[in-house]
Design a protein around this ligand. Structure first.
Ligand code: PRX
Length: 676
């Protein structure tokens, strides 16, 4: 539990937390909602576990039905729909063709408003996915079970690539486009990919970003690590025009647009995948340095995101749905690609930054496309409020439902979202979940439970959360005490494991509150989410934040150790400690405290080198708000760096009693530097 930094702040927050008023979903929403049956919570009660999850499986088309709904004989390695066979690409495309082939599956919205929006029908998606799958199979030689790393911006080709992989049973590992070459290379190596799929470049904030450069650097880094990227496949952002200033390396690089024509009209029968076969890997930060890949299943995952999209996001085939997340994160996988397409809806992929060219862009787009479901994060909401508080009112759009995800939303920000963005016409769901979970853990069912600003809500139907104190006692509802949120039962969307590291999977998520290591009963294996939370008397959970060495920046988890090791790469740095500093827009932003090696003097240049190293190693998302070059870091007598004390200094709060530290005097010296 590292230094218990966030546990302390969680308690602090809890003390100051006041109950918020309820908001009822608009009658117009309820009248059309997918889930209005109030008996759903009874049906999905723990006594009926796991049988209620049959309903989720039945939302998909299967080549072969499952024999065993849940195999829990090897806890905590849960296996759902065992014996069943299906294909995710078939479920997201082929099954809609008979009735809806001319309906738009994906809209690609380029960042520039001067470029046309591309509408890709289900039929067109079918054609593109088949041709790409044929190419990947017949020319590149990819086979079921192989891993492919995909490092692409927000373009339609990214979704096409994922679905082509799924069609072949190839496991995709999508790396967020904004991540560095190093982050990409680490994921290539860890997943054992020999093929990288990328794009020459893309548009962001009005500028062309060369992306191919990262592929070249990643290939070199993979080579240094003793592995090889055999093929780098490059899509052109503007087909027919290779715009990257980085050249195509002979023998290794292939421009997909040059060769795909040879596969015109080719069709690929979808592989009959086992329900428990891996569909994709998604890396996330944990409490030790190395990012780990959550391994998601075909049947369990797809059924879960389909059900969540239908019941919580109220997605219907007639909806136009814009999830502003990046496909490089789990939210984009589940709620731009797999969930909405499985239900036959139209999903938007927007290339650029939401405020380009101005703060009215999202609302103009909503009006133009008649978007009725909108999905974003508190960070984005805060920044849209800051740059254009009056913009939503200028546009004639109507959302029926809005989503927030990724971090706790301040009640005040929630109200702006509801009143101004949603014009009081939309139901709001605050969805709490994680990369590892596939889909939601807590949220209100929008037509059945009122909204409460700042609280995610109860467990979604089927999920039974509980809060334990450090000793493993349940904290009952309404006590006002924070604790660790856990889930009592397995669910189909939960990961199969951590790629290549089963022990880490068990240790990270299931050891903490396991009641009996030898037990074969799922009841003895609650899932430990790593978040502090409070349970109100009404059964609503309020999430307080991470309790481990992970900080949540703009709704995404970054390992403090990853940032610290990037800092330690700069010559002259002796020790580094990263803390979470509260930030008006990002919610939380990293600050780094650095002590230098003897004889090295602090300088602005050194501070800048540290910032550059963090951005290079991880990506701009990890850019520290401030680097403090300090004479020494506060430590316990056993030599542990006291990040909690540093965090209090960064956040202008009381450092508490530091007299038992090995070097208490340093605390005051740092405080004077920082709070000057
Ligand atoms: O701390 C919780 C926070 O984000 C973490 C998961 O991050 P990641 O795996 O990157 O996935 C983000 C999108 C699913 C959680 O452990 N978190 C996520 N959603 C919420 C949240 N905190 C409060 N409220 C939420 N709705």
């Amino acid at each position: 539990m590292a230094d218990q930094q966030s546990e302390v702040s969680a308690t602090e927050i809890a003390v100051h937390w006041q109950e918020e008023e309820y908001y009822e979903a608009p009658a117009s929403f309820v009248a059309q909602a997918n889930l209005t049956d109030p008996t759903v919570y009874e049906r999905f009660s723990l006594e009926n576990f796991p049988n209620y999850y049959r309903e989720f499986g039945e939302m998909l088309d299967w080549y072969k039905p499952w024999d065993t709904l849940l195999d829990s004989t090897n806890p905590p390695f849960w296996r759902w729909f065992v014996g069943g066979e299906l294909n995710a690409s078939y479920n997201c495309i082929d099954r809609h063709l008979e009735k809806n082939k001319n309906k738009t599956a994906l809209y690609f919205v380029p960042e520039s408003e001067h470029d046309p929006i591309e509408a890709i029908t289900y039929q067109e998606l079918f054609v593109r996915v088949n041709e790409l799958a044929a190419y990947l199979r017949d020319s590149i030689g990819l086979r079921r079970g192989d891993r492919v790393t995909v490092h692409m911006p927000m373009v339609a080709e990214l979704a096409v690539t994922m679905l082509a992989c799924a069609r072949l049973g190839v496991i995709h590992s999508v790396v967020f486009g904004g991540f560095s070459a190093q982050a990409c290379a680490d994921r290539v190596v860890d997943s054992g990919s020999t093929v990288l799929i990328t794009m020459d470049g893309y548009w962001r904030d009005g500028k062309w970003l060369d992306h191919k450069e990262k592929a070249d650097q990643a290939a070199a880094l993979v080579h240094e690590a003793g592995r090889e990227l055999e093929k780098v496949l490059i899509f052109e952002r503007h087909p027919g025009e290779y715009r990257s200033s980085f050249s195509v390396v002979d023998g290794r690089d292939i421009v997909v647009n040059d060769v795909i024509g040879q596969y015109k009209g080719k069709r690929v029968d979808p592989e009959r995948m086992k329900a428990e076969d891996t569909l994709f890997l998604m890396y996330t930060s944990g409490s030790t340095g190395k990012p780990k890949a959550a391994q998601h299943s075909t049947g369990g995952y797809l059924s879960y995101v389909t059900a969540m999209s239908k019941y919580i996001l109220d997605v219907k085939p007639t909806d136009v749905y814009w999830c502003m997340a990046d496909i490089g994160w789990i939210t984009g996988h589940s709620f731009i690609v797999y969930g909405p397409l499985s239900l036959g809806a139209s999903s938007i992929i927007y290339e650029g930054v939401p405020t380009y060219p101005d703060a009215g862009r999202p609302w103009r787009l909503a009006e133009q496309m008649d978007i009725n479901i909108f999905h974003t994060s508190p960070t984005a909401i805060r920044s849209l409020r800051k740059v254009g508080p009056d913009e939503p009112a200028k546009y004639n759009y109507h959302f029926k439902l809005m989503v927030t995800v990724g971090e706790p939303i301040e009640p005040d920000v929630w109200r702006w979202y509801y009143n101004v963005v949603g014009k009081r016409e939309a139901a709001v769901v605050d969805t709490y979940w994680q990369t590892e979970n596939g889909g939601f853990l807590c949220s209100t069912v929008p037509a059945l439970k009122p909204m409460k600003p700042g609280s995610a809500g109860p467990g979604v139907p089927g999920i039974h959360p509980v809060i334990y104190d450090d000793e493993g006692n349940e904290i009952p509802p309404g006590t006002g005490k924070g604790g660790n949120i856990c889930i009592r039962n397995p669910w189909p969307g939960s990961m199969l494991g951590i790629w290549g590291d089963p022990d880490r999977y068990v240790a990270t998520y299931y050891s903490r509150y396991c009641k009996d290591r030898n037990s074969k009963d799922w009841r003895d294996w609650p899932y430990f989410a790593g978040d502090g939370a409070m349970l109100a008397a009404d059964g609503y959970f309020r999430i307080l934040g991470r309790i481990d060495d992970v900080i949540n920046v703009a709704g995404h988890r970054l390992g403090t150790k990853e940032i610290e090791s990037a800092t330690l790469k700069v010559s002259g740095v002796a020790e580094a400690a990263v803390v979470a500093a509260h930030d008006e827009i990002k919610g939380i932003s990293p600050e780094i405290f650095v002590s230098l090696q003897p004889g090295v003097s602090p300088s602005d240049e050194l501070g800048q080198q540290i910032v550059d190293s963090v951005v290079r190693e991880i990506g701009p998302i990890a850019r520290p708000r401030k680097v403090w070059l300090v004479p020494d870091l506060p430590k316990t007598r056993s030599g542990k760096i006291m990040r909690r004390v540093l965090a209090s200094i960064s956040n202008d709060s009381d450092v508490g009693d530091v007299t038992s530290l090995a070097n208490p005097e340093i605390v005051e010296a740092i405080r004077e530097m920082v709070q000057r």
